[in-house]
Every structure is written in structure tokens, then in C-alpha cells.
Write a protein that binds this ligand. Structure first.
Ligand SMILES: [Zn+2]
Length: 339
């Protein structure tokens, strides 16, 4: 029996394990109620009295050796798990993957920096608006058909609370609170109840500019537009103005720029015309000045507004507006090199 115990101690000291399961199997084999050591203790009852002292000590040594081995193995496996051993801590770390700016942010920042050079400061306001700031103060009388130009998302009716349909609502808040003269750009998200397609979405981004001071004329507007177009699309860019209608400007115009692709010769993008429609603009309607408590005899102003999606599509040759909102990394990562 003593020989068997010594043999087991040798076996135990040579044992090694790679997984917790192997350690558990080892424990069951040796230290469970019906394990090898328990059976030896059972046999110990039959050992002659003169051998009991030696064999008893050897049995206790065997049990201690098995328990110590299990504890050691568990500790080793735990260390391997936490990387404290077997891991080269001197290896360089995994590189952090840098994100890229969204194309709409790239173009918005570019537009804002052009207006910054002209002395316009940025103003932002709430996306949820009351009827006064979104419509009435901008010369949209109630029941006026011009309200149908913008399909509106209503949050509450009577009194009406809406998701603002243009950032002009922010300009109304600026006219209320700012000292004259006013020279502001208002970037923001706007909402219109339109069917989603490659060319339209119910959410889009706008930048509007507003300049109110004494003696602001249409010539100032045209010069601002010319400078803006050349800065954004290149020094060879031409502009043209076509008469239009907006409730809050009089006279109103839409501005085209010479096609960025064919430079006026005519191509698919400009549908053969050589011109691309970019923005709406005009002189602030005296009614709007009056509605907002500004002396319309003393002050005049101009306003202009554009959709950032449209300009981004033209600048980067993007054909489907929906790509801007899908968060597809294969699309977004293409703009990583553009700042
Ligand atoms: Zn063209």
C-alpha cells in the first residue's frame, strides 16, 4: 500500500492541465467521495496496527499533494486568462480606428466658413416651433395658400406646434432679441412631410443667411451670392438669378450656378441647361420687418437659404439623397480624406 501511495504522489506531482475541465476531472478522480484517496482511506481500516503510523502519514501527504496541485493548476489557468503570463506586454497596442466627418457636416462647415469671412455669425434655435415663429411672423397669414408650399408635421393643433419647416423660424427669434444690424447664418435640421425618394426626404439640412441694416440693397445680395458661389464651387463659377416667390421676401429670386461638371456646355447633371439650381433668396419683405417690430422705413435686408443635401450631392456627385441617412460605413468612409 505504501508503494501505491508513493506512486500516486509521483503521478500527482507530474500532472499538468490546460483547461479548467481537466483540473475538475483530476479533482473528481482523486478527491471526490468515491475518488482514489477516499478508497485508500477506506482500506486504511484493514492496515495492521504496526503499519498504521507510516501509512497514515503517507495518506495525509497524498491528500495534501492532490489538494495543493489543484490549487496551483487553478491559479495558473486564471493567470493565463488575465494575460499576466504568456502575453508580451511590450507589443504595440491595437491602433484606434479614426472616424470621418459626415459629408453633410463637411459641406455645412465649408459654407459656414465662407459666411464667417463675410462677418456673419452663427445662430441656432429650437426645432419645435409655434405657429408665430414658423409661419405668421414670416408673412404666412392663416389660410394663406403659401402654407401649402411646405407640408408640415404638426405636434399639436389649436394652437399649432410644429417641427420647423425652415430655419427662418430661428431668424424670427433673432429679429426679436438681437440689436440691429443683424448679420446671421442659421444652420439646422428641418422637417417636411414629403415622401422619401432619391431626391426628397422628410428631414433635411438648411443654412439660411439674414442681413438687416440701413441701406442694404439687392446689389449687396448679388455681390454676397457671387462671392459665396465662387468660394464654394471655384473662381470660374458664374451665377444667374431667376424671379421667384417666397412669402417672406420681395422681390424673390432663385440662384443658379454654372454647372460644376460641364461648366455651362450642358450635361446629364444639369439636364443640358448648363445651370444648377442652388438656393432661394430675396429682399426681406417689409411686412416681415414690420411684423417683427423693425422700422421698415429705416431698415432693409436680404435673406437667402439653401439645402445642404443638394449642394453636397453636387459637390461629391452623389445620386441618392437617402445615402446620407443610412449610416453605411462603406459610404461614409469615402469622405475620410476630405476635411
Ligand atoms: Zn452640366
Amino acid at each position: 500500500m505504501l508503494d501505491k501511495i508513493k506512486q500516486l504522489i509521483a503521478e500527482i506531482s507530474g500532472f499538468s492541465a490546460q483547461t479548467p475541465e481537466e483540473v475538475e476531472q483530476f479533482r473528481i478522480k482523486h478527491l471526490s467521495k468515491k475518488g482514489i484517496i477516499a478508497l485508500l482511506f477506506e482500506d486504511f481500516k484493514n492496515v495492521p496496527v504496526e503499519q498504521k503510523k507510516d501509512i497514515g502519514k503517507a495518506l495525509n501527504d497524498l491528500k495534501t499533494a492532490a489538494q495543493t496541485k489543484i490549487n496551483d493548476l487553478k491559479e495558473q489557468l486564471c493567470d493565463a486568462d488575465s494575460g499576466a503570463s504568456g502575453t508580451d506586454l511590450m507589443l504595440p497596442g491595437d491602433p484606434l480606428k479614426l472616424g470621418s466627418r459626415h459629408p453633410l457636416s463637411i459641406v455645412r462647415n465649408e459654407i459656414l466658413s465662407i459666411f464667417d469671412k463675410l462677418g456673419f455669425t452663427i445662430s441656432e434655435g429650437p426645432e419645435i416651433e409655434d405657429d408665430w415663429h414658423n409661419f405668421s411672423a414670416l408673412n404666412f397669414p392663416e389660410e394663406h395658400p403659401a402654407r401649402d408650399m411646405q407640408d408640415t408635421f404638426f405636434i399639436e393643433k389649436h394652437p399649432d406646434i410644429v417641427l420647423h419647416t425652415h430655419t427662418s423660424s430661428v431668424q424670427v427669434r433673432d429679429m426679436e432679441t438681437h440689436q440691429l444690424p443683424i448679420r446671421l447664418v442659421t444652420p439646422g435640421r428641418v422637417f417636411r412631410n414629403e415622401a422619401i425618394s432619391a431626391r426628397a426626404h422628410c428631414i433635411f439640412h438648411q443654412i439660411e443667411a439674414l442681413y438687416i441694416d440701413e441701406n442694404v440693397s439687392f446689389a449687396d445680395l448679388k455681390q454676397t451670392l457671387t462671392y459665396f458661389a465662387k468660394e464654394l464651387f471655384g473662381p470660374d463659377t458664374q451665377i444667374r438669378l431667376r424671379p421667384s416667390y417666397f412669402p417672406f421676401t420681395e422681390p424673390s429670386a432663385e440662384m443658379d450656378v454654372s454647372c460644376t461638371l460641364c461648366h455651362g456646355k450642358g450635361c446629364n447633371v444639369c439636364k443640358g441647361t448648363g445651370w444648377l439650381e442652388i438656393l432661394g433668396c430675396g429682399m426681406v419683405d417689409p411686412n416681415v420687418l414690420e411684423l417683427n417690430g423693425i422700422d421698415k422705413e429705416k431698415y432693409t435686408g436680404f435673406a437667402l437659404g439653401m439645402g445642404i443635401e443638394r449642394i453636397t450631392m453636387l459637390k461629391f456627385g452623389i445620386k441618392d439623397l437617402r445615402l446620407f441617412f443610412e449610416n453605411d460605413l462603406r459610404f461614409l468612409e469615402q469622405f475620410a480624406a476630405v476635411v
